[in-house]
Design a protein around this ligand. Structure first.
Ligand SMILES: [Zn+2]
Length: 151
């Protein structure tokens, strides 16, 4: 799968199933059921419905092997996560992105390695940084235009 490919919209419940498939590569519905039944207190039929929906959406492919169906991911975890975060940031003013990223970081437990990684990214970002991020919202859809700060 090419990186940056648009992935289908995956609901919260479907995401739980996708994580099992991503982690295990090839799984049977039985395996997915045994992993999620307890954690989510879902019925086997619910999990089978979710698997079926993910196949319909093109997120999973399925192959019959004897009596079993083997499920494989058709979308990469990294692409799916990237689309998901892109989706979040498309909902806010471009001027707020830095602030929101900061709030996300404040909230999370990070390792020294994570922090080094983030520092490296920020160091590189300085090269292309701008004086002020321009707001690309519709007029009156964000505070910038309502307050007429003219930024
Ligand atoms: Zn804006």
């Amino acid at each position: 799968m090419k990186s940056g490919t648009l992935t289908p919209h995956i609901t919260d419940a479907e995401w739980e199933v996708m994580r099992v498939v991503w982690a295990n590569h090839h799984v049977t519905s039985k395996e997915v059921i045994s992993i999620l039944e307890e954690k989510m207190s879902w019925k086997a039929t619910t999990i089978k419905t979710l698997l079926g929906r993910l196949v319909e959406k093109g997120a999973l492919s399925t192959e019959q092997e004897g009596k079993k169906f083997i499920y494989t991911a058709r979308v990469a975890e990294e692409d799916t996560v990237r689309n998901y975060t892109g989706d979040i940031f498309s909902r806010i003013c471009k001027k707020e992105v830095g602030h929101v990223i900061g709030e996300i970081i404040k909230d999370k437990v990070l390792s020294f390695n994570d922090i080094r990684y983030l520092e490296e990214i920020l160091e590189k970002k300085k090269v292309s940084a701008v004086e002020a991020v321009s707001c690309q919202c519709l007029p009156r859809q964000c505070q910038c235009s309502v307050n007429h700060h003219g930024k």
